[in-house]
Design a protein around this ligand. Structure first.
Ligand code: SAM
Length: 279
């Protein structure tokens, strides 16, 4: 079978199994098996695929049709233009989280911030994107999961930022040794009742998703702790879920009555990032 035929077959099977973006997903799986990039795939569509690779591809398609996300199957996910190693111990970084990274970079430039803490770092997508993008920055990347921190370390090595990123194990801000200019966090914010028992989300760690009854347990505690961990003119950036902005703004106003609070929408028009700036 050649690559063109394989792509068509994979797309068909995935579409029949109600997998969204069957074309893209099929391409990701085929490229993974062949170990090639997109342009190599499309330049040589008539090349034959070895029978052993076809067999391997069929196995991966079966996993995908059973719901396992492609990123866990391939062990990789692109975020902010960088390739991240992922496994089932970490959340798969989402494109909407890039908004948090963009906002953090622009605040660091505007206010010449030099220290960042990324809380709930997971695979390190936010911390490492910031480390790669901002010169002379020092970042503390914290997670309560030691398994997640192993993946963060692998990604720091891959992107050559171990000199800029310090990995810390701990509960929210408890292990952060000193005040920082900016705290960024994409904490679990899924409401308990919305926690999935099937579908792609059910493959991701509940520790990375479950935010308690209203989805705000971790965010609330972090805001409380942040009072004693932010420098005078510092900022706090939080990713939030749908319809959580009102509650999170109220929490921030309670703890930081004189801070400026702003909400940013993602590309889908959903309020996604809340920014607190101390003045
Ligand atoms: C939604 S994931 C975000 C991962 C990554 N920052 C990203 O944006 O792709 C939340 C992360 O918070 C971590 N986490 C959950 N509770 C925590 C706590 N109390 N203290 C520190 N990290 C926590 C989880 O292990 C998980 O890695």
């Amino acid at each position: 079978m050649n690559r063109r035929k394989a792509l068509a077959e994979v797309r068909k099977i995935l579409a029949e199994n109600q997998i969204e973006d069957a074309t893209l997903e099929g391409e990701i799986l085929l490229r993974h098996i062949l170990g090639i990039n997109r342009s190599q795939l499309y330049t040589d569509l008539d090349n034959d695929i070895k029978p052993a690779d076809v067999k391997h591809l069929l196995k991966l398609i079966e996993k995908r049709t059973k719901g396992e996300p492609s990123a866990y199957i391939t062990g990789h996910k692109e975020f902010y233009g960088l390739d991240f190693i992922v496994n089932q111990r970490v959340l798969i970084p989402r494109p909407e989280t890039e908004l948090l990274v963009e906002q953090a970079i622009s605040l660091c430039q505007e206010y010449r911030y030099s220290t960042i803490a990324d809380i709930g770092t997971g695979c390190g997508a936010i911390a490492i994107s910031l480390a790669v993008s901002i010169p002379n920055i020092k970042i503390s990347a914290i997670d309560i999961s030691n398994d997640a921190l192993k993946v963060t370390k692998q990604n720091c090595e891959k992107h050559g930022v171990l000199d800029k990123v310090t990995l810390l194990h701990g509960n929210l801000l408890q292990s952060l040794p000193e005040l920082v200019d900016i705290i960024v966090a994409n904490l679990p914010y899924v409401r308990e009742k919305d926690m999935p028992d099937k579908g792609p989300l059910s493959f991701e760690p509940s520790l990375a998703l479950n935010g308690g009854e209203k989805g705000l347990d971790k965010i609330k505690t972090l805001c409380h702790q942040a009072v004693n961990k932010l420098n005078k003119k510092g900022s706090l950036l939080l990713e939030i879920g749908q319809r959580q902005s009102g509650d999170v703004m109220a929490i921030l106003r309670e703890h930081f009555p004189s801070g400026l609070v702003e909400v940013k929408k993602d590309l889908a028009g959903i309020e996604r990032v809340i920014i607190l700036r101390l003045t």
